[in-house]
Design a protein around this ligand. Structure first.
Ligand code: NAD
Length: 495
């Protein structure tokens, strides 16, 4: 699928609580208008869950956790239901992909070929783990039997961002469900609808009513009420570092509950002069900052290049930038999707203009991109002549803006790579394996890619940040275990 008619998509709005869509209009309830990033048209609205709605959702999830056999049934049986859920998601691609593309920045071709299959496969991965990870028998003397029993928390409060609504939502939800928990998921108020479809499909697959709930609303009211609810056993969040810190504080104030935080980044791409196939490197680097118009947590936003090849590499990246076509998510040829909102596009431009005013050299871009629809499109932008102190180098811009710095030695490259705040990901491009490994060890980041940039579909590899880029992991066995708590049991066998 590479195109669709935006007028053909029907939207059902509301919260999904206790196995049903709650879409009755409460005249007094606050609502948020939701606009299509591709053309700015408001196409639907969502209710804002206040404290009472959040309480209803969480109490419902808690009752389902206690009263259904979701946590108690054989893990293989839970896995069977989740595999069916994955199959239903995959089979729903022709419906889910345009729904996702309509309200987000994901071109429908990518949503159909990547986001939806990746979502289904994430569910499958956690279904497969459901009966593979248990507790332990401890090494005790023979007069005792020590057991460490893995148990679900109960209700997991999950909060997702707007940049990959389906994928981020399921990375929070699938391991929690597989481990036997109930979930209350709050998608971003900017991209609220695909999560509702996921919850419907989970129910259809046999996940008991009340085990997978979706609440709508903004962060300040609904998100805050969710993380503070006393019945939430654990919070899992993906979003900005600023919000992550607020959530951590709220969790500490309301019961010291554990929290997984997947936060922002400012990831370096380090290219040595011996990097194999410079043209492929240039395309990789261009792709890593223009994919989803740079609205990716691990966007490779800082190019660090060895001086000898800097001019040539910059030239090739600028060429690759020039080949991109801005357009709505529903058009066939779109390779540069819109920025999520007008204020976000203004923020990107403001940082670029301030950087130029304070000395950065604009190589290309630096302005709005033309497109067939009036959304907020931004040209892929290359800023040279920046320093580690430049705003464009320090701030997470979350747009298609690449800064360029040069270096001579490995030590210089490592010093430039170190960001004072973030440590999410990094890329190293070199033909020298010893150098690659020295860089891997020297870089303080949760993921380092060598001679590639970006995930494969190896779900076994977790993702998550060092420093202020986060705490804990999504994906991998680690995310499954993070949805379990461990009870120690000691039995006296001679009593
Ligand atoms: P955001 O922090 O503004 O919002 C994320 C979610 O948190 C939304 O659902 C929002 O409603 C909610 N929220 C906001 N304030 C809240 C509060 N006080 N309490 C509870 N919930 C609150 O982030 P965003 O703009 O939606 O997403 C972009 C950010 O997400 C970027 O910084 C990006 O790097 C980060 N991100 C990180 C990863 C990762 O894996 N590390 C992945 C994707 C996105």
């Amino acid at each position: 699928m590479d195109r669709f008619d935006p007028a053909s998509i029907g939207i059902r709005s509301g919260h999904f609580i206790g196995g049903r869509l709650i879409d009755e209009i409460d005249e007094g309830a606050a609502r948020i208008d939701v606009a299509r990033p591709s053309d700015g048209v408001a196409y639907a609205s969502v209710p804002v869950a206040d404290e009472a709605v959040i309480d209803h959702a969480v109490q419902n999830a808690w009752s389902a956790f206690r009263q259904s056999d979701w946590a108690r049934r054989a893990p293989r049986e839970r896995a069977r239901v989740l595999r069916k859920f994955a199959d239903l998601v995959a089979a729903d691609a022709a419906n889910l992909a345009p729904l996702e593309a309509l309200g987000s920045t994901r071109p429908v071709r990518d949503a159909y070929n990547w986001d939806v299959p990746f979502t289904a496969e994430s569910i499958r991965f956690y279904a497969e783990l459901a009966d593979k990870i248990g507790g332990e028998v401890a090494a005790t003397d023979h007069r005792h039997l020590g057991m460490i029993i893995a148990e679900p928390y109960g209700v997991i409060g999950a909060i997702a961002p707007w940049n990959f609504p389906l994928v981020m939502g399921i990375w929070k939800t699938a391991p929690a469900l597989a481990a036997g928990n109930a979930v209350v998921l709050k998608p971003s108020e900017l991209t609220p609808f695909s999560a509702l479809r996921l919850a419907e499909l989970a129910l259809e697959a046999g996940v008991p009513p009340g085990i997978f709930n979706v609440v709508q609303g903004d962060g300040r009211v609904s998100g805050d009420a969710l993380v503070r609810h006393p019945r939430i056993g654990k919070v899992t969040f993906t979003g900005s570092t600023h919000t992550g810190a607020a959530i951590m504080a709220a969790c500490a104030q309301t019961g010291t509950r554990p929290v997984t935080l997947e936060l922002g980044g400012k990831s370096p791409q380090i290219v040595f002069a011996d990097a194999p196939r410079l043209d492929a490197v240039a395309r990789r680097i261009a792709g890593a900052i223009t994919g989803n118009a740079g609205q990716v947590c691990v966007a490779g936003s800082r190019l660090l290049v060895q001086r000898a090849i800097a001019d040539e590499l910059i030239e090739r990246i600028a060429q690759a930038f020039g080949e991109l076509k801005a357009g709505p998510t529903w058009a066939a040829g779109t390779t540069l999707p819109p920025i999520i909102s007008e204020p976000q596009a203004q923020r990107i431009d403001a940082i670029v203009q301030r950087s130029i005013a304070s000395g950065a050299v604009l190589r290309c871009g630096g302005k709005r991109a033309d497109a067939a629809t009036p959304g907020a499109f931004y040209e892929p932008t290359l800023l040279c002549g920046v320093t580690p102190e430049s705003e464009a180098v320090r701030s997470e811009i979350f747009g298609p803006v690449l800064t360029v710095q040069t270096f001579e030695t490995e030590e210089e490259a490592l010093a430039l790579a170190a960001h004072p705040e973030y440590g999410l990901a990094a890329g190293v491009h070199t033909a020298d394996i010893g150098r690659a490994l020295r860089m891997v060890r020297g870089i303080e980041a949760g993921t380092v890619w060598v001679n590639r940039y970006g995930r494969t579909s190896d779900f076994v590899i977790p993702t998550g940040g060092y420093k202020r880029s986060g705490i804990g992991k999504d994906l991998g066995r680690q995310a499954y275990e993070a949805n379990l708590r461990f009870k120690s049991v000691l039995i006296d066998t001679e009593a």
